[in-house]
Design a binder for this molecule. Structure first.
Ligand code: TRP
Length: 339
């Protein structure tokens, strides 16, 4: 299962259109999506249904959804090679998600660290049930396409395990239906941390000014944020997993994710340098990554109708596969087919 007519294993991934995309999204996800697109049959979606697990402003959600799709392309995903689509444009996602929700043990859902973290940040009364059921929707995204591989940051590994467990449960109860997906974590830069709090993952929905570099940040501003990144009171520039040294480690990780060099090479390069030198080097490499990306982004946002046509085609390609899988799952579960 999984392979289609072109016989390549299938890849599926998505990012929520909540907030602006950051260099964490680029280095931890998009960059890898671009790199694998010729080796696999890739489906990349903008997961707007996931975004509404916390309240979104309608105007902003619509705008961010378009911007995210445009950013996928600007980052280098070729719509002629990969399928780019919006999750809510393919209703099969919501439909299968409900079926999976009914099969998902409450205990599994309550054990998810992302749920625990996100719900801890909100008043009990205001937590939507969608936050709990988030992993069932993610499982639907993946299983509808018989995805073999799912490139995600390692914070999503638990959701992938959940997806496999749920698929197995379905297959066991109703017969072989879903492909069990494997996780694909990026080598370096799986986890870019906040510049102000380097012990927490860089988030696109964090308010503080120096937390994240956004992909659309003015280049001078991006540079300034990196120059202000939290470091420590040591002097040596080295990769480290000590919490105390998380800031320097994060800067090195960003540098590495862009340069693609090994730890030792990078440490040798910065031997004897100060934190100012490190920050300047990181800022230079970030800025030279952002510059061409922004240029492509504004170019294609100005091309009337282009993005819409990409999303229309993506929706058609995605829906054809998703609907067939949904139909099979409905049949297996015992739904009466409409005549
Ligand atoms: N939960 C993922 C995240 O926050 C986003 C996501 C939703 C996703 N559906 C997916 C990732 C399907 C991979 C595959 O990063």
């Amino acid at each position: 299962m999984g392979a289609d007519s072109n016989n390549k294993p299938r890849v599926l991934s998505g990012i929520q259109p909540s907030g602006n995309l950051t260099i964490g999204n680029y280095l931890g996800a998009l960059k890898q999506w671009v790199e694998v697109q010729h080796d696999y049959d890739c489906f990349y979606c903008v997961v707007d249904l996931h975004a509404i697990t916390v309240t979104q402003d309608p105007l902003e959600l619509r705008q961010k959804t378009r911007e995210s799709a445009a950013m996928y392309i600007a980052a280098g995903i070729d719509p002629e090679v990969s399928t780019i689509f919006v999750q809510s444009h393919v209703p099969a996602h919501s439909e299968l998600a409900w079926m999976l929700t009914c099969m998902a043990p409450l205990g599994w859902l309550q054990r998810m660290t992302q749920f625990k973290d996100k719900s801890a940040k909100q008043a009990q009364e205001s937590i939507g049930a969608g936050l709990l059921n988030y992993p069932s929707l993610m499982a639907a995204d993946i299983l509808l396409y018989h995805a073999d591989l799912v490139p995600v940051g390692d914070d999503q590994n638990q959701h992938l395990e959940f997806t496999r467990d749920l698929a197995q449960r379905f297959n066991h109860l109703y017969g072989e239906t879903f492909t069990l997906p494997s996780v694909m974590n990026p080598q370096a830069g799986a986890r870019i941390m906040g510049l102000d709090i380097p012990t927490a993952k860089m988030s696109k929905s964090e308010d503080s000014e120096n937390h994240a570099v956004f992909l659309l940040d003015d280049l001078a501003r991006a540079r300034k944020k990196i120059m202000r990144a939290v470091t420590d009171s040591h002097r040596d520039i080295r990769f480290s997993d000590q919490a105390e040294r998380a800031g320097v480690n994060n800067l090195l990780t960003i540098y590495q994710a862009i340069a693609g060099e090994r730890n030792e090479e990078i440490e040798a390069k910065f031997a004897g340098c100060g934190y100012g030198d490190l920050k300047r080097a990181v800022a230079d490499s970030v800025v030279s990554t952002l510059e061409p990306l922004q240029e492509r982004y504004y170019q294609l946002m100005n091309e009337a109708g282009y993005l819409d046509s990409v999303l229309r085609l993506g929706r058609e390609k995605a829906a054809a596969i998703a609907e067939a899988t949904l139909k099979l799952a409905q049949e297996r579960m015992g739904f009466l087919a409409p005549s």
